[in-house]
Design a protein around this ligand. Structure first.
Ligand SMILES: Nc1ncnc2c1ncn2[C@@H]1O[C@H](COP(=O)(O)OP(=O)(O)OP(=O)(O)O)[C@@H](O)[C@H]1O
Length: 599
């Protein structure tokens, strides 16, 4: 499946410009100070080379004590200034860089969390983690490289070359001849780096995936003795990352022999030409020559760093593209521009001619359904028939490809998402709890709920007794996804959360399946009270939980096959009747009696 957050095709130039624009807009002051410090660092480097002429001339005439002391003081001043400027540059670059990482991590997360459920179905969570963690760091790295290398090293190099040309124009030309050769060598290296970096990120993603599956699937790993299998996967993943790291380091380092060799040629050329100059009768003063040679030697380091810069840019670029890909991704569930909040009503939920599929094949087809306001409806039918999908569409977690989903006659497609979600409470098959206290988990439904309201909701969900017996009561931490609690306890907290929300439509998808029949009966009784005047839709495989429903809808292969009261469906002798007979046994009288009681 194509990844909508795939890297944008933009070239290096536009990507760098965009990052710099973003970085300077957010952290212009910090970068401004750092760049000013870099200008001072570059200037002081040129000054060191420049002052050599003065030093040599002063040493050639040591009787002039004033000149010697002035030179010595100048050297001290230059180095003190260079040290202070280097410190300022490092501190401000680091502060700006850390802020940039935080900003991109937040922006990427913020964009991701506003995507629809479909995006998270398509994208592996390990991939998402990698994009947030590695991608944001790559953005900082790229800005750092550009600012430090392009500004400081380029300015330093320009200053030093300026000194060289001023002191010895011919010799400068000779030494600069090696430049084009260096560029050619670096181009070859770059091509290799690009291909390795792409696969490096895939290898990283596998490490995150193994970690996540180890944590989430630890029970399966233990019970099926999969420890060695997981170790093998991790070993493979970390080795792949290691191999690629080594290749990248090798390529980055390959710039060194190229530059070293070329530097040797440049210096040898300078020696030969200056010897020829002397013989040819164009002598330079020792001071001029010393100043030139110092500038040439000092130019070597920034030149080497600049030669590595392109390789480092290429390694960071893959992560940067990932981040920009997410930031530029269209909203997978965009609100209509003229979307309005749903108007209040009694909570009638309706589907008209709804067709929808997660992929190409439709899961529900041309569905017409009415869940009347204030009534309880039950969805039953074989597994995979589309019951949960109907609830997903009602919550607008997915948009129908055809037809309309309406609340109180208002099409959800034209409503703001927040107003739709506000009207609906949901307890699903897989209860999710946050890694915080029991109280905070329930309060997620309504942040302004008082402690008394939280506890009342827990009472209704038959959770209060067990919560009171926990070591810190409502303040007990529940662990990652409620791992310190039993399945039934988790479900009761999820039900309490849904009750606290006080919305007028309540959806329950196998919400009491993890409970023993005694607890289930208690909750059913409480839920019947809480949902009395609400539009309620219940999915349950255990028919005992839905016998009191106002209507029962039998769904199979995405279609409504039967609907009616329990009495109607039993009398119709269709698929519901067969399901009913299978669960209770034809000779069992109790549910029939219950049906009578439900009238
Ligand atoms: N996120 C998804 N991506 C792709 N296909 C999905 C997704 N969720 C469900 N399906 C498919 O849609 C069909 C209907 O699934 P759904 O969960 O709605 O059925 P259900 O009646 O609720 O089943 P059950 O009773 O087992 O929960 C199934 O074939 C399922 O494989």
């Amino acid at each position: 499946m194509s990844d909508p957050s795939a890297a944008p095709a933009a070239g290096l130039g536009p990507i760098i410009m965009r990052l710099l624009r973003d970085g300077f807009r957010e952290q212009g002051r910090l970068y401004g100070v750092a760049i000013a410090a870099m200008v001072v660092v570059a200037g002081s480097a040129a000054a060191v080379a420049w002052v050599m002429e003065w030093i040599i001339d002063a040493l050639g005439n040591p009787e002039n004590r004033g000149a010697v002391i002035a030179v010595a003081s100048t050297v001290i001043a230059i180095f003190v200034i260079k040290g202070a400027a280097t410190y300022t540059q490092s501190v401000f670059m680091a502060r700006a860089g850390n802020r940039i990482v935080a900003s991109y991590q937040y922006r990427v997360y913020s964009k991701l969390v506003s995507q629809g459920v479909g995006y998270f179905n398509r994208t592996e969570s390990s991939d998402i983690i990698m994009r947030v963690v590695q991608g944001a760091t790559a953005c900082r790295t790229l800005i750092d490289i550009i600012v430090v290398s392009a500004v400081r090293d380029t300015l330093t190099l320009v200053g030093l070359i300026g000194v060289m040309i001023y002191q010895q124009p011919t010799l400068s030309l000779v030494s600069l001849l090696v430049g084009p050769v260096a560029l050619w060598g670096i181009r070859i290296i770059l091509r290799r780096v690009k291909s390795i970096m792409e696969s490096q990120l895939t290898a990283f993603s596998e490490i995150y995936r193994v970690l996540q599956e180890s944590s989430g699937g630890i029970h399966v790993i233990k019970v099926f003795s999969l420890e060695d299998h997981m170790r093998g996967r991790m070993d493979g993943a970390v080795r792949r990352v290691e191999d690629r790291m080594n290749s990248i380091s090798r390529l980055e380092s390959a710039t060194s022999p190229i530059i070293e060799t070329l530097a040797g040629f440049a210096i040898a050329g300078v020696i030969l030409v200056s010897a020829w100059n002397v013989l040819g009768g164009q002598p330079s003063t020792p001071g001029e020559l010393m100043s030139f040679v110092t500038a040439l030697m000092m130019a070597y380091e920034p030149a080497k760093r600049l030669s590595r810069m392109r390789v480092s840019i290429e390694t960071a670029l893959v992560g940067v593209r990932m981040v920009l890909g997410i930031l530029d991704m269209p909203e997978s569930q965009a609100e209509a521009r003229d979307a309005r909040p749903l108007k209040p009503g009694r909570g009638a939920l309706e589907m008209r001619g709804v067709t929808f599929g997660y992929g190409a094949a439709p899961v529900v087809r041309n569905l017409d359904l009415l869940f009347s306001a204030g009534q309880t409806s039950a969805l039953v039918g074989p597994s995979g028939g589309g019951k949960s999908t109907i609830l997903n569409l009602a919550m607008r977690l997915y948009e129908p490809s055809e037809g309309e989903v309406l609340i109180d006659g208002q099409d959800l497609a034209g409503a703001t998402l927040s107003s739709v979600r506000q009207r609906i409470s949901f307890v699903g098959q897989n209860t999710f709890l946050f890694s915080t206290s029991v109280r905070e988990n329930i309060r997620m439904a309504r942040s302004d709920a008082t402690d008394a309201e939280v506890e009342a909701a827990a009472q209704d969900a038959n959770a209060h007794t067990f919560v009171s017996e926990l070591p810190q009561g409502y303040e007990t931490m529940v662990g990652e996804n409620g791992s310190f609690l039993s399945g039934g306890q988790r479900q009761r907290l999820a039900i309490a959360r849904a009750i606290l929300k006080r919305s007028d439509i309540m959806l329950f998808d196998e919400a009491t399946s993890a409970l023993d029949s005694h607890s289930e009966a208690l909750i059913q009784e409480a839920l019947a009270r809480v949902t009395r005047d609400k539009t309620t839709v219940v999915i349950a495989h255990r028919l005992s939980t839905i016998l009191g429903a106002d209507q029962i809808i039998y769904v199979e292969e995405g279609r409504v096959v039967e609907r009616g009261t329990l009495r109607d469906l039993l009398a119709a002798d269709g698929p519901f009747r067969r399901l009913y007979d299978r669960q209770f046994g034809v000779a069992e009288p109790a549910p029939i009696a219950l049906a009578e009681a439900a009238e």
